[in-house]
Design a protein around this ligand. Structure first.
Ligand code: SF4
Ligand code: F3S
Length: 392
């Protein structure tokens, strides 16, 4: 198997195909600020009503939100796989003989409870009858949970693509979206078994599998995916993860800002602030999460770092756990620049290709170089002259 460099792990590992993902001008990417998610599942229903409301698709939730640490769809999807992987072993390196990827097929009952574990908290309960906010002995703060929105990551090393013997899964040249060709598919279900995030799903009515499509028809028209535009918590930002600091003006329009995209800044700048989910699987997922700042860092270390003993200079702390604490602090107390980018979340349904943050104003341009956002950090207020009405 060819070796591929995985920047999320800082090392090479085997992957069945040779490819140069960094050379694409455009690659689908998403940032999710977990701290803003309230588990309303508006995203899940928007996705389902758009894409999976047909026959045989009843159990398919391409977008779901689960409660950590007890939720999971399918149940226990992450721990089951992590338990099977050796130290520093990706799912490609751990593959058994005759297979290309290590995985498992979740059984029917594991798909039957998408909301199991919802709102269940972890930690010590206080001894009193009611929860008291006793800041001195910290008892109240021992309990924690958080919501984790989950979707296909349109990975740069897709396990689904690697596993399919029919080559029915491919990455689109123009945007890196990973699609499944149902005409080629013969229902072998290696993709279902291999995706560590369990997003390809089998349709028993048609006899072929289906997988999330990254809302490509909307992307082609310059709009963000449905889960992003419908999110009432404004948790998400979508865009070109490959647009780095050296990129030119979008659409060749000199009046638009040149340079990196806002998603690229949050995921790839030195101010590391958004992290991939379970990078140790090795698929290079392209959804990046701003981690919850109230959760014990040791839990998040397992979830959002390569989680090895190796020292890594591209992380802000001496250890991964220390790095997570620093990232949590950056999310809780964002820099002026990040605060500006946070205003772009949910600001428009148009896809923001480039941006500027100047003083207290943030602006964004689409792929053609048209301005789509121009707003202050704080909403302007107009105070009317005259007496206030009171009910006295
Ligand atoms: Fe494939 Fe799963 Fe990655 Fe999506 S998340 S591209 S289905 S391996
Ligand atoms: Fe391939 Fe998955 Fe179909 S493995 S043949 S795309 S079911």
């Amino acid at each position: 198997m060819p070796e591929t460099y995985n920047p999320q792990l800082g090392r090479e590992h085997s992957y069945p195909y040779e490819h140069q993902e960094e050379e694409r001008d455009w690659h689908w990417g998403m940032i999710i600020n977990i701290n803003r998610c309230i588990n309303c599942n508006t995203c899940s229903f928007a996705c389902k009503s758009t894409w999976t409301s047909g026959e045989g698709e009843e159990y398919m939730w391409w977008m779901n939100v689960e409660t950590e640490p007890y939720g999971g769809y399918p149940m226990g999807w992450d721990m089951r796989l992590l338990d099977d992987l050796g130290q520093d072993e990706t799912i490609f390196e751990a593959a058994e003989e005759g297979e290309r990827v290590k995985g498992y097929v979740a059984q029917k009952e594991e798909w039957e409870y998408p909301a199991l574990g919802d709102d269940q908290v972890h930690g010590e309960y206080p001894t009193g009858d009611v929860v008291e906010s006793d800041l001195e002995n910290d008892e109240y703060h021992d309990m924690w949970q958080f919501y984790l929105p989950r979707l296909c990551n349109h990975c740069k090393n897709p396990a689904c693509l690697a596993a399919c013997p029919r080559k029915a899964i491919y990455k689109r040249e123009e945007d890196g979206i990973v699609l499944l060709d149902q005409e080629r598919c013969r229902g072998y279900r290696k993709c279902v078994k291999s995706c560590p995030y369990h997003k390809p799903m089998y349709n028993p009515e048609t006899g072929v599998s289906e997988k999330p499509v990254g809302c490509f028809p909307r992307i082609e028209e310059g709009n963000v995916p449905r889960c992003v535009s419908s999110c009432i918590g404004k948790t998400r930002l979508h865009g070109n993860i490959n647009r780095g600091p050296d990129a030119g003006h979008p659409g060749g329009n000199a009046s638009a800002a040149a340079g990196r995209s806002p998603v690229n800044y949050l995921a790839k700048s030195d101010e590391k602030i958004a992290l991939p989910l379970y990078p140790q699987f090795g698929t290079r997922p392209q959804v990046f999460y701003m981690p919850p700042y109230h959760v014990p860092p040791e839990f998040l270390t397992q979830m959002f770092t390569p989680n090895t003993d190796e020292k890594r200079n591209d992380w802000p702390g001496d250890t991964f756990e220390e790095s997570i604490k620093i990232v949590q602090d950056r999310v809780r107390n964002p820099s002026h620049h990040t605060l500006g980018i946070l205003q772009l979340f949910g600001a428009t349904t148009r896809l923001i290709e480039t941006y500027t943050v100047k003083e207290h104003r943030v602006k964004g341009w689409d792929r053609k170089g048209n301005k789509v956002v121009d707003m202050p950090f704080e909403e302007e207020m107009e105070v009317r002259e005259g007496e206030m009405w009171t009910n006295q």
